[in-house]
Design a protein around this ligand. Structure first.
Ligand SMILES: CC(=O)CC(=O)SCCNC(=O)CCNC(=O)[C@H](O)C(C)(C)COP(=O)(O)OP(=O)(O)OC[C@H]1O[C@@H](n2cnc3c(N)ncnc32)[C@H](O)[C@@H]1OP(=O)(O)O
Length: 423
């Protein structure tokens, strides 16, 4: 069977909002539907039966058991468009894109929309296990007596809801606390983290100023730009913030960590034939992808270091070196995570002991890293980050007219997902 090329035709996102800000009353469904409808109007897809929509959210209400399908039904796409949910923590958006890309490559789909959404404002609250069991049984109780018997089992302590923590269930540590351990292990300085964060804000602001996002974004609830963006960020200003992870001597602050964010993103992918039939230019092709997972539970590796393993595997399959790229899109979960990953790739010991390589991957040209800013400035609505990055990189390659870009995204659960886009 011939494997077909997978074309990226465009992306769309709503501006990202800070948690409990302008999108506080919006649900995942509202935001994902808006991100899909932005693509629909930009690419004239009203009533179109797309091959498949794949999307997901990290924090999901029970009512959203197939969030992607509900968003399709709320959108202007044909209601005959199939849809499925994907979950890989912060890798969700890119995993959804890779899933449909593989189906396009195999000829199972001609067109697809993939993406993700998250809201920490509308996070689902869980109820105590005992209370849940009682409520489920109450729902099917056959008599008043049975209902009363069940209600007498309720205890006041069971009524308090459980608020989801941004923490790893197997260690109890938050992602920030995990990242702080890795920052210490790799000797990542506060200055380097603040410098990276300031650059992210300055580059995102410059990209807005030159209209880069004009055809990648649809305003939502009156927000027209990422709310977290502070164009006047400098390393000097960031140096004044107090540590939030890693104790009083920690190097991680609210400025060099991603904020809790609400938002959604989508990407339109297709076969070359479908793109041609719809007279749509191809921005870039998705050519390789890889996933990796690390054992952070027993302390063998840092929670967010899996991309450091996925990238060398992907490069080996692609026959490329780390330096063979025009753009590097490394998701800035925390500035320290990006810097630890870059340091690992430069380290001969890591190459030998962890990757089984004779030589380290080497360093990258930092001028090519996150050239239009990344998650520290834009914010990070977990599952929406993959779509933001793919849409940004595809457009960068289209503007350049040729070249290759590398994507690297760390995810909770000790996982990582990476991809290569080419023009
Ligand atoms: C999920 C996966 O699978 C993988 C991943 O991506 S891991 C990453 C997941 N994401 C996270 O874990 C989110 C981590 N972030 C957080 O928990 C919170 O944002 C945080 C604890 C870091 C900070 O929360 P907060 O205290 O509410 O932040 P916030 O009030 O906005 O900022 C604190 C201060 O810093 C200042 N500040 C923030 N950014 C700044 C900047 N760029 N320049 C100057 N000042 C800044 C704010 O103005 C504020 O100052 P004041 O106290 O004087 O008002």
């Amino acid at each position: 069977m011939d494997v077909r090329k997978v074309a990226i035709l465009g992306g769309n996102r709503i501006p990202f909002a800070r948690s409990n800000g302008p999108y506080a009353s919006a649900s995942n469904q509202d935001m994902l539907t808006a991100a899909i409808d932005g693509l629909v109007s930009r690419f004239s897809l009203q009533g179109e039966r797309i091959g498949e929509v794949a999307a997901g959210a990290v924090l999901k209400h029970a009512r959203d058991f197939n969030l992607a399908r509900e968003a399709v039904l709320g959108s202007k796409l044909s209601p005959e468009t199939p849809a499925s949910d994907v979950q890989m923590a912060c890798g969700t958006g890119l995993q959804a894109i890779v899933n449909v890309a593989n189906k396009i490559a195999l000829g199972q789909l001609d067109s697809a929309i993939a993406g993700g959404v998250d809201t920490t404002s509308d996070a689902p609250l869980a109820v105590n296990d005992d209370l849940r069991r009682i409520l489920v049984r109450l729902n099917s109780a056959k008599s008043l007596g049975e209902r009363l018997r069940l209600l007498t089992k309720l205890r006041p302590g069971q009524i308090v809801p459980e608020i989801p923590r941004n923490a790893e269930p197997r260690t109890g540590l938050s992602m920030g606390e995990h990242a702080a351990l890795t920052a210490k292990e790799w000797g990542i300085t506060r200055e380097a983290q603040d410098e990276l964060a300031a650059t992210s804000h300055q580059r995102l602001a410059a990209a807005y100023d030159r209209g880069f996002f004009d055809d990648l974004m649809t305003p939502f609830l009156r927000l027209t730009r990422d709310q977290n963006l502070r164009p006047d960020s400098t390393a000097e200003k960031l140096a004044k913030l107090k540590p939030v992870f890693g104790g009083p001597d920690g190097t991680m602050t609210a400025g060099n960590s991603t904020p809790l964010t609400d938002g959604a993103s989508t990407v339109l992918l297709a076969s070359e034939e479908w793109a041609k039939a719809h007279k749509l230019p191809v921005l870039a092709y998705l050519t390789f992808a890889e996933t990796a997972a690390v054992d952070y539970v027993h302390g063998r590796e840092g929670l967010l270091m899996a991309p450091a393993y996925a990238v060398p595997r992907m490069l080996a399959k692609a026959g490329l070196s780390l330096q063979d790229f025009d753009f590097y899109e490394i998701h800035e979960a925390f500035a320290s995570q990006v810097l630890a990953t870059l340091k690992a790739w430069e380290d001969p010991g890591f190459a030998k002991e962890k990757l089984g390589l004779d030589e380290p991957l080497g360093s990258i040209d930092r001028a090519k890293l996150n050239v239009n800013g990344s998650s520290l400035a834009a914010g990070h609505p977990f599952a929406a980050t993959g779509g933001r990055i793919v849409a940004t990189l595809a457009k960068l390659l289209h503007e350049k007219g040729s070249g290759r870009g590398l994507i690297s995204i760390c995810a909770a659960g000790g996982q990582g997902i990476t991809a290569i886009l080419e023009k």
